[in-house]
Design a protein around this ligand. Structure first.
Ligand code: PA5
Length: 446
């Protein structure tokens, strides 16, 4: 994995860079010493090097059971309880079939991340004719969206298979000692996996939260964790700051932020990474956007969005910087054939591989955007496989924690998500919200 900051250098003064690097170094030390704000949520930091073999074995067993028994597995969760799993599955799956590493796997679908009656009804319609199981994920065990979806789905499952078979087909991943889901799972005898109390939702992809769904989809979880372990080593205490990719990325993005670049656009130059960008947006957006501070994380897909958002990035307001993720080698071979007629004028590309054309498009884009006053950070992985995805995940998690510390916020909480919930509960008549309900109804003239 390679990170190129060449296109950023013209936008930052040398002494500023040194200062920010020192600050990032201080934050790295504070992180390792558990002295950052939110220090009680640092369980993710050593997950790769302290790999829990027993947990991995249980995950593999449960995944095999679900693979044998089902055609569809519904993962019910929202935010950190689904984005990571979906990002990994979409990054590694065949683009048009339920296949990873040439092996067919059950279709893994996601529910509980919206409140769409149509979406859930259509899912139930499909499940009527399929053999299926549910992995319900909620650390708190009380989040409305997944709880609503789970109630509908478990009733459907019970009607389809009867109570005891339905219980066999439900796996719960939640806090190991408290919460409605934990209690229900114990009462109903569901298979149960813990979300470690010291790992927050958006940092939980390398716990059972991410690992079980991806294992069902055929992802090699040992290789994924191996990649993360390598990155844990490469970003560890002993590594010089300039060699530490997470420190460097955190330092540069904070420098750019202070120079007025308030938006970071993550550009995925491989279509399979489109959902990885969704995971990344939650990681950084929910970790940094607080106390009236924080870089706004946005994303685009190349080359598709060069024909839409590319115009804005090139010439719109200059408050952006861009991080482009590229995959150097494709897994397959496809070249442009020569044609005698050359009716489409593409013979100049005859014999060239599609990946080469993509590389040139991305290289040309980075240069053009940088010339257009958009600083560009390039992140390159040699292959899109479990190992490098594991590296990317840990790289961004650690960079996010360092970056949040540099910004002076607690990157591990999300107090801002409570405001809408209070209003929604009041409007829905949830017991305990009567006073808020009165106030809101007056304001909305309901
Ligand atoms: O990162 C976070 O902590 C959040 O995005 C949560 O993952 C999300 O709100 C879902 O919470 P829970 O797993 O408790 O249902």
């Amino acid at each position: 994995m390679m990170i190129n900051f060449e296109y950023v250098h013209p936008f930052v003064a040398g002494d500023e860079a040194e200062k920010m690097l020192d600050r990032a170094g201080d934050c790295l030390k504070m992180l390792h010493d558990g002295k950052v704000r939110g220090g009680e949520f640092l369980g993710w930091l050593n997950l790769p090097s302290r790999k829990d073999e027993e947990l991995f074995e249980r995950i593999r067993e449960t995944a095999s059971f679900l693979k044998e028994k089902t055609e569809v597995v519904v993962v019910t969760g929202v935010g950190g309880s689904y984005l990571g799993a979906r990002a990994v599955i979409e990054s590694l799956s065949h683009s048009f079939k339920e296949v990873i590493q040439n092996e067919r796997h059950p279709l893994v679908v996601f529910a509980g991340h919206n409140l769409s009656e149509d979406n859930l009804s259509e899912l139930v319609e499909v499940l009527n004719d399929k053999s299926y199981a549910i992995i319900v994920i909620s650390k708190s065990g009380t989040t409305t969206e997944p709880a609503v979806a789970f109630r509908i789905l478990r009733n459907h499952l019970k009607m389809k298979y009867g109570s005891s078979e339905a219980a066999e087909r439900i796996v719960a991943i939640t806090d190991p000692s408290k919460g409605a889901l934990c209690e229900m799972a114990r009462r109903e005898n569901y298979r149960l996996f813990p979300v470690p109390p010291d790992v927050g939702g958006r940092f939980s992809v390398l716990t059972a939260v991410g690992l079980l769904p991806v294992a069902v989809a055929g992802v090699d979880i040992d290789r994924l964790m191996g990649g993360a372990a390598k990155m844990e080593e490469l970003t560890g205490r002993g590594v010089s700051l300039k060699e530490n990719p997470s420190v460097m990325y955190a330092a540069y993005r904070n420098m750019l932020y202070l120079s007025g670049k308030k938006i970071e656009v993550l550009a995925a130059s491989h279509p399979k990474l489109a959902f990885f960008a969704e995971w990344w947006k939650q990681l950084f957006g929910e970790s940094e956007g607080k106390e009236n501070k924080g870089i706004f994380p946005a994303s685009v897909n190349y080359t598709a969005d060069l024909h839409s958002m590319g115009q804005y990035i090139q010439e719109g307001e200059r408050h952006l910087f861009e991080t482009i993720i590229s995959v150097e080698a494709p897994q397959r071979r496809l070249s442009i054939p020569a044609e005698k007629e050359d009716a489409d004028n593409l013979n100049y590309l005859a014999g060239k591989r599609i990946s080469h054309i993509n590389r040139m498009a991305v290289a040309g884009t980075a240069l053009a955007h940088s010339d257009g006053e958009v600083p560009v950070i390039e992140v390159k992985i040699p292959f899109l496989d479990e190992h490098y995805l594991g590296r990317l995940i840990y790289f961004f998690e650690k960079a996010c924690a360092i970056s949040g510390c540099m910004l002076g916020v607690n990157p591990f909480n999300q107090p801002g998500v409570e405001a809408y919930k209070k209003n929604m509960f009041a409007l829905l008549g949830k017991p305990g919200f009567e006073e808020d309900a009165k106030r809101i109804r007056e304001r909305l003239k309901m």
